[in-house]
Design a protein around this ligand. Structure first.
Ligand code: APR
Length: 187
């Protein structure tokens, strides 16, 4: 599904493996220790190669890691991209411990990093919805609203944002949610 904004920017919902799709920047769903893991994180390190972890080791050495709601940048190794933005989503407890603001902050931080680096195309996984237990519907609302608000803005150089959903169930949920919340832009 494509959502076209009046300024020519595009939000795309895609089913698939985020490591296989060519973009300028791929967002990873990382942990605050930047130590790798399963899910998207595992797939990104496997496909990108060990250079990504070596770069994260340096970042960790300097800063101790990355706080929840933020992201750090590395090169993308063998991935079909220039950068990986390692975003740290919240671990979901009950939604009353700042999780919505932290999840929105992840998306916003990655979009800021993209603007700073002249990234035109960027792909996001459904951050926090796997091991971190964020309810899919609430995560979809936040992802779609945050990305749409950015793309609709006047000053964005990012021209295409892909939300990459790993399975058909997630894809349908995001599609339904987009049809409701972004209905004025849907083709
Ligand atoms: N491409 C796209 N999406 C994927 C892929 C992939 N290759 N693999 C998994 N997903 C989906 C999952 O189905 C889920 O919807 O990404 C979403 C996020 O799941 P996780 O990868 O588990 O990320 P998260 O919930 O943010 O948990 C982060 O898990 O892997 C560890 O190191 C990571 O500790 C961190 C935690």
């Amino acid at each position: 599904m494509d959502i076209d904004f009046p300024n020519g920017k595009k939000l795309r919902l895609v089913i698939g493996d985020i490591t296989k799709i060519r973009v300028d920047a791929i967002v990873n769903a990382a942990n605050s220790g930047l130590r790798g893991g399963g899910g998207v994180d595992g797939a990104i390190h496997r496909a990108g190669g060990s250079a990504i972890m070596r770069e994260l080791d340096e970042v960790r050495g300097k800063t101790g890691g990355c706080p929840t709601g933020s992201a750090v940048v590395t090169a993308a190794g063998a991935l079909p991209a220039q950068y990986v933005f390692h975003a740290v989503g919240p671990i979901y407890r009950d939604g009353r411990h700042g999780e919505p603001a932290q999840l929105a902050a992840c998306y916003r931080k990655c979009l800021e990093l993209a603007e700073e680096r002249n990234v035109r195309t960027i792909s996001f996984p459904a951050i926090s919805t796997g091991a971190y237990g964020y309810p899919a519907q609430e995560a979809a609302n936040i992802a779609l609203e945050t990305v749409a608000a950015h793309l609709d803005g006047a000053e964005t150089r990012v021209r295409e944002v892909l939300l990459v959903l790993f399975d058909a169930g997630f894809y349908q949920l995001y599609q339904r949610t987009a049809s409701h919340s972004l209905s004025n832009w849907i083709k």
